[in-house]
Design a protein around this ligand. Sequence first.
Ligand SMILES: NC(=O)c1ccc[n+]([C@@H]2O[C@H](COP(=O)([O-])OP(=O)(O)OC[C@H]3O[C@@H](n4cnc5c(N)ncnc54)[C@H](O)[C@@H]3O)[C@@H](O)[C@H]2O)c1
Length: 312
Amino acid sequence: MPTVAVKWIRPPRLKLYDARKDSALMKKILITGAAGDVGSHLRRELAGRYELRLSDIRPLKNLASGEEFIRGDCASLRDMLRVTQGVAAVVHLGGFSVEGPWEVILRANIVGAYNAFEAARRNGVRRIVFASSNHAVGFYRRDETIDHRVYPKPDSRYGVSKAFGEALGSLYADKYGMEVVCLRIGNVNPRPMDKRRLSIWLSPRDLAQLVSIAIDRPGLRFEIMYGISGNRRRWYDNANAERLGYRPQDDSEPHAGEVLQKEKTGADPRTELYQGGTFVLAEDGGDPTRAPVKPQSPKARARKTKAARKRK
Ligand SMILES: NC(=O)c1ccc[n+]([C@@H]2O[C@H](COP(=O)([O-])OP(=O)(O)OC[C@H]3O[C@@H](n4cnc5c(N)ncnc54)[C@H](O)[C@@H]3O)[C@@H](O)[C@H]2O)c1
């Protein structure tokens, strides 16, 4: 048998998959909770890179080309089995996005996350990007720098639901060989809104970069990345995201002067101490320096939930 010389070719450097160059290769991605804030930024930023299947419990109008919509409730496994069919990856955003009553968090975020992972598994979808939150680790202090290896210190029931989603992701990766990326998102906004958010701001284009890495980077098993831009004032060591190829394009610092000028003084010092800000107080018994719990009327609770929505 003649021997065949095999030339060793250096593998190309990892590049983010950019389906715009070859529409025939476009992956179909499911975004749950697509009608919300983050979903709206992602739809715009990811347009043309992937085929987008959008899903939400609310109706969604004005679909662009390359988008389809299937209404679905994460709390229904049947719905999730329907919406996860035939997609390459799931970006799971659907759920209640601030602190709220336990029954609401339980249904939308805990049962919802379970159904998203379980439906993906049953439909053979290997890759899931889970929208976790800074509130999964909100009881770390602001004078600490934390990385992806710290144990969760949730600042709310909402934060607990995000820690649950991360744990579920770890289980599905280890037990079923799924590929799971948890993004501990800071705050997605075109501009940072206040002093706290100078540290945790995530611009829409940096969000899109992180999500693309989470969808396309080969060979992942279970990863946690912080969803923040390259903010000079960050509290997170985002080395794991950088290892996976993240190169943030934005930094909140150019906005700092304007933001700090508008910042109201007299904020509660306890909210200033912790990374989670007002979430450490936003509920019954939320004062970390004092026990026991002070009961709250359902009306007062609803008022607080409404106010918290503006501060996430
Ligand atoms: N906005 C941020 O900066 C931020 C920060 C950290 C984490 N996150 C997480 O990212 C995700 C998206 O956040 P957002 O700001 O867009 O929130 P949002 O409240 O604007 O959107 C959430 C969407 O989920 C949908 N939803 C709620 N319950 C549902 C259910 N049972 N089934 C299906 N859909 C349901 C809502 O209709 C809504 O459109 C959330 O999981 C949130 O916890 C967001």
